[in-house]
Design a protein around this ligand. Structure first.
Ligand code: 0RQ
Length: 509
């Protein structure tokens, strides 16, 4: 087989992961490839972690770096570096248990950033200098252009902005990926920006390859290792009910003439619930569907396969082992139906607003007025991050948030008097869905929203307590303390969370 490294100058830079990792220094900001477990470097981060561990064991100076990515990666990257205390600052999204634990223990800093903002924040210089890029690619062409992998994320920006570049060429990625990507190089800085010429989810507006200045490449490492693959559990009863409510609602919108029969491009978040909604749509009456999303999971792959979905745009694939096999076995089919783009385009507010996306994202909790918390448990502990949910929710045609009505076996209500952290304000949340039902909040004022959310979405165990809270809040306002627009009993607004932290149960007793 042809070598995957066809540029002679870059072939001359082949070395081991350990040698490459030794080129990263304490204090460097390192831009790594990787998005939801796809296309992250597989061996250099682990080699760096071993190096840091040895240095720590020898009692040397602390060695810590900034780790910037597309989104979440895998245990070999986030897990390995967090475990040895090697991360000073992490951004913009993570979902690794060790990372999470370190961040919440105050041992590691983390900035949670809208995924569409990251590239431009780096171009603007808002985040400081990017010193190193560690980017996984599927191959290097004779002229030095790079064949992207199962994700693009922020790779274009890392390769442009870093002083030193380390490439991991992973033989596991099929060469037939070539041609699936669309890397838009027309981004400029304000005040010189022009409209992004993307009018349909399938439009190709850029190039199939990433560019790098070969003189910046300090190392090339070869690997042959799989992306992180997580099997999906079959949809549980709660996810299935949520999916049914959403599908019923979309059907109603079509009947009312507010959605075309083929709907509008779908964005779907990560996880089992999102996957269940896709499975539901795949069994539904719709054809000619499209997706303009950031992560493409198994559910969408099945819709492409069945022909219900005509095409899908994303920045990363996040497939189960079965999904990967299906994808690899039928790459010629999927290459004509999937476009992978940089995340500043997959999540671009301009494009999302223009296309009119139906956004469907998971949440941790919502309050009675419709403010949504996607990121923090009990207001203080980070779970993952806002990811792209804000990019889509604010700019979507329809913004839907979903969760089970309770968590931890009923000890937590996911509908609360006041959200303990707000990622999406009432202004960006049009529909809330739980297995109990769906609240369509469009055109409703705060107290009307509250009554509908309690009636439709709250679990029966918590419904009376929420109604009681709302009524007492109204009484407090009527007695002269506060307003009736968005009434609260302020000293009680977060009492449910406080009770859970103290007693392990939000229910009074
Ligand atoms: O914890 O596993 O320890 O029991 O939170 O809950 O129900 O499995 O939810 O997997 O759908 O994730 C918001 C985290 C939901 C996700 C979030 C506990 C619960 C469980 C997970 P355990 P579920 P999901 C595109 C869009 C932000 C990013 C985003 C997310 C765990 O959807 O990260 O939308 N979203 N990106 O027990 C305390 C509550 C709780 C709670 C659930 N109210 N209080 N704990 N849990 N509700 C993708 C990207 O941007 C990359």
């Amino acid at each position: 087989s042809l070598s995957r490294i066809q540029h002679p100058g870059l072939q001359a830079k082949l070395m081991s992961a350990d040698e490459a990792a030794a080129l990263i220094r304490h204090g460097d900001n390192v831009g790594m490839s990787g998005f939801t477990g796809a296309g992250y470097p597989k061996v250099v981060p682990a080699a760096l972690a071993r190096h840091i561990e040895r240095q720590n064991a020898a009692g040397g100076d602390p060695f810590r770096i900034g780790v910037w990515t597309g989104a979440s990666t895998a245990p070999e990257l986030d897990g390995a570096l967090a475990k040895v205390g090697g991360i000073e600052m992490r951004l913009p999204y993570q979902s690794d248990p060790t990372c999470r634990q370190r961040i919440n223990a105050g041992e590691m800093e983390y900035i949670d950033i809208h995924l569409s903002h990251v590239a431009q924040f780096v171009w603007f210089g808002f985040l400081g200098k990017l010193n190193v890029a560690v980017v996984e690619v599927a191959g290097i062409l004779p002229d030095g252009r790079l064949v992207p992998t199962s994700s693009i994320g922020n790779n274009k920006t890392w390769l442009d902005q870093a002083d030193r570049v380390i490439l991991e060429v992973n033989h596991w990625h099929p060469t037939a990926l070539e041609g699936m990507h669309d890397v838009y190089y027309g981004t400029a800085l304000p005040p010189h920006r022009k409209p992004i010429p993307l009018l349909h989810p399938g439009d190709r507006i850029g190039e199939a390859y990433l560019h790098v200045d070969p003189s910046k490449v300090v190392a090339v490492v070869e690997t042959n290792a799989s992306d992180r693959v997580t099997p999906f559990s079959p949809p549980d009863a709660v996810s299935q009910r949520i999916a049914e409510h959403i599908i019923h609602f979309l059907g109603h919108e079509v009947k009312q003439g507010r959605l075309p029969p083929e709907l509008l491009p779908l964005q779907s978040g990560v996880g089992n619930t999102a996957n269940a909604v896709m499975a539901g749509l795949n069994n539904g009456p719709y054809t000619g569907l499209t997706a303009y999303t950031e992560v493409l999971q198994d559910g969408m792959l099945e819709m492409l396969k069945s022909g219900k979905m005509a095409m899908a745009s994303a920045t990363a694939l996040s497939l189960s082992p079965d999904g990967i096999k299906e994808f690899m076995d039928n790459l010629d089919f999927y290459r004509q139906r999937i476009v992978l783009r940089p995340q500043e385009i997959s999540n671009h507010p301009e494009v999302i607003r223009r296309l009119g996306i139906i956004a469907m994202n998971g949440m941790i909790e919502a309050d009675i007025y419709g403010h949504v918390n996607s990121t923090h448990l009990m207001g203080t502990r980070i779970m993952n991050g806002i990811g792209g949910s804000g990019d889509f929710a604010r700019n979507a045609y329809l913004s839907i948030f979903m969760t089970g009505s309770v968590a931890k076996g009923g000890k937590i209500s996911c509908i609360v008097p006041m959200a303990s952290h707000v990622d999406h304000t009432e202004h960006d949340v049009q529909v809330i869905v739980t297995e109990q039902g769906l609240a369509d909040l469009r055109g409703l004022a705060p107290r009307q929203r509250a009554r509908l959310i309690i009636e439709r979405c709250a679990h029966p165990d918590y419904r009376d307590a929420l109604t009681d809270y709302l009524e007492r809040a109204e009484a407090v306002a009527r007695s002269g303390f506060g307003g009736l627009h968005t009434p609260h009993v302020l000293p009680e607004a977060l009492a449910w969370h406080e009770r859970y932290e103290r007693a392990g149960d939000m229910r009074a007793g």
